[in-house]
Structures are given as structure tokens and as C-alpha cells.
Design a protein around this ligand. Sequence first.
Ligand code: GLC
Ligand code: CA
Length: 557
Amino acid sequence: MNEKKAWWKEAVIYQIYPRSFADSNGDGIGDIPGITAHLPYLKDLGIDVIWLSPVYKSPNDDNGYDISDYRDIMDEFGTMADFDEMLAKAHQLGLKIVMDLVVNHTSDEHAWFVESRKSKDNPYRDYYIWKEGKNGGAPNNWQSAFSGSAWELDDATGMYYLHCFSKKQADLNWENPKVRDEVFDMMTWWCDKGIDGFRMDVISMISKDPAYPDGEVKDGIYGDFGPYVCNGPHVHEYLQEMNRRVLSRYDIMTVGEAVGVTIDEAKKYASNDGKELNMVFHFEHVDVDATSTPVLGKWGYEHPHLRPFREILNKWQLELEGIAWGSLYLDNHDQPRAVSRFGNDAPEWRVLSAKMLGTLIHMMKGTPYVYQGEELGMTNMVFRSKEDFRDIEEINAYRQYVEEHHMISSEEMLRCFSAVARDNARTPMQWDDSENAGFTTGTPWIPVNPNYTTINAKAAVNDPDSVFHYYQKLIRLRHENPIIVYGTFRPLLLESETVYAYERILDDQRLIVACNWTDQPQPCPVFDGTDAPDLISNYETHVAGQLQPYEARVVLV
Ligand code: GLC
Ligand code: CA
């Protein structure tokens, strides 16, 4: 074996979106004591690391991704004492905790920004990105990721500040060494507390093109900032400095959310030389269903075909080999539910296709991420009216496209939301079949998916054929078989339109994996001539030369 061993290469990560995980005090909002109470459930699932979406002090314009104090806990989630207790209990159980690090921007209510906006000569002025307007308007045509201009005019000084996300998320100016000092001090403070790593929010966006040029106009209204804010001129320099000053001093793991990352860039962010991060999330495979319709942009959708999806994942597997480490995911708090999107959430196929997708991802090379509820095969929601959604991205898109520019009907927009909106992932965790799915005794902050009476953790834990038990096994197999962690990836059956097959090679071992992407039987010769028993499969019996609907099968020879 030529791959260098590391605990974070062997780990399976479980992401918690605290607001929607478990409410301990009946206010309808998930919280830290709710997480602590469910740690044994996660231990039972077998995961190694919890990635916590932000729990810091925040006015919650973007559910905690707008931080007003990095060294305090959001009131609704509890106190620092609650946090310390959760961390200690997790460690007692052998679980690690990775924090979300949101440092591309802060809340406009952060003390730095409150100062910064006061005057042009305030000591905090250069903590943020301020520009004069142009031709009576914003400094350029960039659209924020949450619709509308990426610039906000601030009355106090008559200048604009940049916000790549909501106007309550002001972009920090990383060119200012004081900003870097502040961020690195804060990170050190958390590391000294004993946390086990960072997931770095939109970390590929911290260095902007200093020319701030107009972007390409795609929807007829605003320009695309992508090429000018992603993978900017100093991003690797800043991450190497972060690594030298903080990361390299602790035994922690790091994963960068790398919006706009290409494979060549990923090789730098996550290089085996260890100078920057351990791994990054790329978006190519989850952008595969976004249509090119300009009005719809990310809101377009179509059921993803296997070929383009497989081409993307294979390319990342092959090109990172031996150079950089990868991450594996289909679900997170920004994506619709994988079983609804890539599988089939009809009652007869939901469990089978969720297991198939889990197999496909968990047998690949890289560190797998499970998003809360994925292990239950939780599905998308149906959004029927404006009252049903909560996400600022949806609220703003609805306003811009439906109400202001009349580019799409309300019905069509709601159909798009039901397919791809982030709120699909944010409905409450379904614990049992009692009222509100056992998530809260109060009124949940966002409606519970009505299918909780059948899809819930209690039922899944009691059913040996559930998605939960299948995930438990996938995770255990990874822990027991070095080939699943370290084996080299080789694609198979590239001519198939319907079967995703590959093998992993380590020393004299060979792992063969095949997954049927469809609800029909499909030809699949990869197991012909082997009589080795299954390592795992979602079917008990097989048909020679075929895969049954949504069948997944893994064999070790
Ligand atoms: C990341 C987060 C997302 C958030 C955005 C702004 O993409 O995952 O939830 O809205 O950054 O912080
Ligand atoms: Ca609560």
C-alpha cells in the first residue's frame, strides 16, 4: 500500500443541522442538549465524527451561517456549558466533533461590522470590503448567491459593502492581515477547547479578484461573480498561512467547502503534502441536474442521468489518486434529499434505492459524509405555498423571480422548490411516529415531513432490513476492510447507461461494486465467474448476469 494512513481517511462523518435535529425544551428549535441526548444513537450507527453546522451566536438570517460572535453559542441552541458537556460526552463515547468555520463573512451584527460601518476611518473599516458606487449604482453587477445585488449601500458613509450571500452576511477582507490574525486566534481558541476539526464554509471564496469586474449576465438581471470570487489569487497563500499558524499544531481534520473548485484546484487545496486542508467538497455531481435555463439557474431540475453523474465521480476518483484526498457525499443541508433526487422515493423503491445510493458512495475512495436522516432514507418535502418554506435563499428567489420580475409562476417555483430547495434537507429529523416526529413537544420551526409516521428512526432501528441497518453495515465494513479506505479505484462497465460499476484494488485483494440506477433489471456481467459471498447487498438472492431494480452488490475476491 502506498497511501499514507490517517484517522480522517478511515472515518465516517455524520453532519448535524442542529436547528432541525432534536429539540430538548419544547420551543420548536433543535438545540445542543437535544444533540447530547442522541449521541448514543450516533454511536450505534457507528460513525466516527460529527460535523456540526454552526452553533455560534447569530441573528439567524441564514440559520447560523451569519455569525455575530464566534466565541459564544446561539441563545436558542443553549450555552457554552451545554456545548462543553456535549463535547465531553461525545469524546467519552469515542466520537469526535468538527465545527463549521464560517469566515468568508460575518453577520452585519458582528461587533467588527458594527464598528466598520461607522466611518471611513474606523479602525475596523478594512475588516470588510467597501467600495464607492459607480454611475449612481453598485460598484459592479454581481448577483448575491441569495438573489439581488451582492452590494449594499450603507447610509452612514455612502459606500457599498460586498455580501456574496445575504446583505446580513458581510464579506470579510482577507487581504487585511488583522482579519487573518483575528480568525486564526479564534480558531486556536476552539482547538484549545478540544474540538476535532473544521468544515470550512465557502472557503474557496475568501480571496477576490482585486479588479472587481462585472460578471456575465445570465438571467437578464445580474452578473455572475463565480470566476472573480472562487479560487482567487491569494486563497492558497491564506490557507497555507492558516495551516502553519493553526492547523498543523493540532491533530484535527479539515474539509473545505470549495464552491467553484476544479480538480486542478482541489489538488492544491487537499494535496497530500498537507500544506493546506485534508480534503474539499466539490459540487460537480450535485450540479448535474441544474438545467441551463437562465431564469431557473440552480432552480432547474431533471432526474439525473447516470452517464454524466458517473463521468464526474469517476473523474474525481481517478484524478485525485495518489495526489489529494477526496470527500464523498450526496446529501447535506444545502441539497435536496438524495433518495428523492438520485434514487426513487416511491414507497416500493425508497428503501432499495436509498441503500443502492449508500453503497455507491460508501464503497468509493475518500471520506464519506452522512447527512442527518439520510441513514433513514428521509425524503424531500412538498412545498405547497409561501408559508411552507423558511430558507432565505428560497424567500429571496421567490421574491425576485415570481413577485418582482414575473419570470416564472408561483406554482412552477414551488415545484422547483419541492425538487431542489435547501429546506428539503431541513425539515425536522424524524425520530418516531409520535406528534411532530418526536422532534419537539412544541411547534416545530419548519413543518415536519408528513411521512414521519412510516419513515422514522425508531421504526428503522427496530427493522433489520431498514436503511439504518444497511448504513450501519456500510460503516462497519469500511472500518474492517482497509481496501475500502485505501484501495485504488478503477471504473468498470463504462458503456452501460444504467449500471454504475467499479472495482477497488489493494495488494492482492479486489472489491467489485455494482449498482443499478434504474427500476428495471439491467445486464451486469461483473460478477460472472466469481462465487465469493457478498460483502453487502440490498438483495438476498441474485440473478446471474443481471442486477435487479436498484440492486447494489459488493463482492470481495
Ligand atoms: C455555505 C453553507 C450554506 C450557507 C452559505 C453561506 O454554502 O453551506 O448553508 O448559506 O455557505 O454561508
Ligand atoms: Ca430548543
